[in-house]
Structure formats: C-alpha cells, structure tokens
Design a protein around this ligand. Structure first.
Ligand code: PFF
Length: 445
C-alpha cells in the first residue's frame, strides 16, 4: 500500500517555511556583527555578491534535488547518484544528516538562552524578581532546563507533520517576527546616538573589500543564513509538488532572508551606538563587540537603562530571537525525522522522539564540555560541513545526476538557451568559485 507523503499545501506556505528556516539567529545576530567588524557597508556589498553568485545557486541545487526525488535527503541523494554510485549518495546524505544534528546541538543551546531571556522580563513584570534574575544569568542549570525545553518545542511542531506543524507554525510566526522587527527598528532609530550607527552600517569601507577574510566570512555567513548544506532545504523542497518553479522560489526565499538580515543590521548596529551614548563600552580594540557579550550583556544593560519601556523592548527582542530560532530548528529536525519515517518506516512520533533524544544527548555533551566543544562544533559546521555539502550539490547536479535531471537533458537544453546557460553555470563556474574560496579558508586557518 502506498502512503501519500505529507506536503506543503501552498506556495506561500512553502516560501514562509523555507524563509523561516533561513531566517534565524544567523540573520539577527551573525549578520550584523559580521558587518560591523568587516567594514560595514563593504561587508554588506560583498555579502550580496556572494549570495547571488554562489549561495542562491547552492540553494537552488539543494531544493531542486529534493523536489525531483520527492524523498528525504538520504534517499534524494541516493537517487541522484544512482548512475555513478548509490552508496556515495547515501553516505553524503548521512553526512548531511550528521550536520543537521551537530547544527541542532549548538543551536538549541543558544535558542534556549533566547527563550530564557524572553521569559526574564515577563517574570519581572509579574513581580518574580529572583526568577527574572536567574533567567537572565547564564548557568549550567539554566542550560539544563532551557535546551531541553527548546528541543521539546521543536519536537511538538515536527510531530504534527509538514502541513499542520511546519507550514502552519511558520505561517504564524514569520509575519509576527517581521512586525516585531520593524517595531523595534522604529523605536531604536529614534534614540540618541542611533544615527551614528546607521552611518557606520551603511557607509562602505572599501579598503577592506579585497581582504580574502572578508570574502570568506561573507560566504560562510551566506551559506549558514540560507540553511544550505544540512538537507533542511532539500527536505522542504521534497514536500513541494514535483517540477515546481524552483528558480522563482529561491529568489523569494533568498530575498526575504537577505531583507531580514539587512533590517537586523539596521536594528543591532544603531542599538550598539545608543548603548555607547548611554555610557557603555561597545568597542574593544577598535572592533565592535559581537558574540554572546553583545546579545546577553550589552543589549540587556541597554534595555535596563531605558526605564520602564526597557522591559517591554527586552521582551519583544528576545521573543523575536526565540521565534527566529524555532522556525530554523524545525527544518534541521525534519531532516533526520523524514529519514527515519521513510527509510526505517518508523512512525512520525517515534522518529521525532528518537531524533529529539539524540539532539538532547549531543547538546548536553556540549553543555558539559562547553569550553572545548561549543566553539569547535560551530566552526566545523560553518567552515567545513556547509561548504563541502554545497560543493557536493553542485557536483551532483552538474556532473553525476543524469536520469530525470532536466539540467542534463540535451534535447531540453537545446530548446532553452537560458536553461543551458544556467546548467553550465552550475556545472563549471559554481564548483570552481566555491573550491577557490574553500582553499582560501584552509590556507587562512
Ligand atoms: N539559517 C539559520 C540562521 O540563519 O540562523 C541557521 C540554519 C538553520 C542552518 C537550519 C541550517 C539549517 F538547516
């Protein structure tokens, strides 16, 4: 008996879910700090170029492979590689799946911090001051509570399935996130000091533009931001009806992701300058502070200094961060869940349960070995896992995948010159560009 696969019910539902996966902590936190420390507008400029030239094509390749196969990433890569080696596809799919688990292991910890910071002002408003302080101070105990809470939240959505869980929740959360972000920007831009931040953000320092470090940072950021390389976009693509217009979808998802990253910069960098105006130190050795200190120390201190409204600004900001994180973790969680459902024939409940336990074990390993593992895992995923998989997608779409691949169909390509151009771009230019950047990453280590 064949069981119909769950699917997205509308194009907009798919776009919001995929944009939800893309829009996450990488946009609201990663992008602004990278921009601030890599030449402001110059980073934004290089980011846009790398995104269009390399990240959009990689996103296309990932979604296309899933959409053609209508299977989870392990099955999809197995199908695409069948003419050369099914086993190669299978192992690559499993490697991506491992990346999804690794990504979830650190992302769930950070997402837990966001959630506890969102609850802290709520507790303060209700008069539970000691709970509010506990929630805002980092501790192993807080990680032990909030990482599992976040994993359970993702699991609850994933367990409901593609339409009732992923599509419905992404369609609810994404518009709210957008409104909260715009509201915060309007508020912050009216504060003293903000205009200096806007100037720094938007004025390019072109002397930094040829720095290979800047190009590498922009590429890493673009791949992470568009969720390329762990199969999340592939599995979402597989839930769209076959032969959807992937090009248009990629442009919509990419435009939304880039817009939110750009807007987040317009929030975070001016916010730092407002904090400076209020007497906080926001530059260390000439670099604008980034990392956890920015989000969990500078911003809360600024919110505290804003008087009564600060508590609401803090609540909105960390709620926004938590929502952005949640729509991202669900796409990574769906990768191993879809594999267990389709390949091992487990029920969705059982699959979600197993995956959540594995993610919990992985993130607890990071919690208890924080100094040695946390940064190392993030670095591995960003610098290696994502670009390697991106390169593999190009090689598969351009060279390995033949039967059923429209981009390898000579008769079709002869009829459509623009399709031929696109196929050749994916086949020759993208792998070459990506390899060049990747060699730079390794030689700069
Ligand atoms: N794109 C997400 C962000 O910018 O925060 C991170 C991410 C989500 C990466 C899902 C990979 C993934 F599968």
């Amino acid at each position: 008996m064949s069981v119909t696969r769950d699917s997205f019910h509308s194009r907009i539902g798919f776009v919001l879910a995929a944009a939800g996966s893309a829009i996450g902590l990488g946009n609201v936190w990663g992008f602004p700090t990278q921009a601030a420390n890599n030449g402001g507008g110059a980073f934004v400029f290089v980011y846009l170029i790398v995104t269009v030239l390399l990240a959009f094509p990689a996103l296309f390749a990932e979604i296309y492979l899933g959409n053609q196969a209508q299977k989870n990433p392990v099955g999809a890569l197995e199908d695409a590689c069948q003419d050369v080696s099914k086993r190669l596809g299978r192992y690559a799919g499993l490697f991506g799946l491992l990346g999804a688990i690794l990504m979830l292991s650190f992302y769930s910890i950070v997402a837990g911090w966001m959630l506890s910071h969102a609850l802290s002002p709520l507790m303060a408003l209700l008069g539970f001051d000691s709970a509010a302080t506990w929630l805002a101070d980092s501790s192993v105990a807080r990680n032990l509570a909030f990482t599992p809470i976040f994993i359970v939240l993702s699991a609850l959505i994933i367990n409901r399935g593609v339409h009732s869980g992923i599509e419905r929740w992404s369609s609810r959360l994404m518009p709210v996130l957008f409104v909260l972000l715009i509201g915060l920007i309007i508020y912050i831009l009216q504060q003293p000091g903000a205009s200096e931040g806007v100037a720094m953000y938007l004025t390019p320092d072109f002397s930094q533009i040829s720095d290979p470090k800047l190009i590498i940072s922009a590429m890493g950021q673009a791949f992470f931001s568009l969720s390329i390389g762990v199969g999340g976009m592939m599995v979402y693509g597989s839930y769209m009806k076959k032969d959807a217009d992937i090009g248009k979808l990629v442009i919509s998802i990419g435009a939304l992701d880039t817009l939110i990253a750009f807007l987040a910069g317009l929030l975070i960098i001016p916010t730092l300058f407002v904090a400076q105006h209020m007497g906080q130190q926001v530059f260390i050795d000439g670099q604008l502070i980034g990392g956890p200190q920015l989000i969990f120390s500078t911003l809360p201190a600024l919110f505290d200094s804003m008087g009564d409204i600060g508590i609401y600004v803090s609540l909105v900001f960390f709620t926004l961060m938590s929502m952005a994180a949640l729509t991202s973790t669900i796409s990574s969680t769906e990768v191993p869940v879809a594999y267990l459902v389709e390949d091992k024939k487990y029920s969705r409940f059982k699959s979600t349960f197993i995956v959540s336990l594995v993610v919990l074990a992985a993130s607890m390993t990071l919690v208890f070995n924080f100094d040695s593992l946390f940064g190392a895992v993030i670095n591995w995923v960003n610098s290696f896992q994502l670009p390697i998989m991106g390169l593999f997608y190009f090689i598969v779409v351009g060279w390995i995948y033949k039967r059923g691949n429209q981009l390898a169909d000579k008769a079709l390509l002869a009829q459509k010159p623009w399709l031929k151009l696109w196929a050749n771009y994916l086949r020759f230019v993208c792998p070459l560009l990506l390899t060049t950047v990747f060699i730079n990453v390794i030689s700069n280590m």
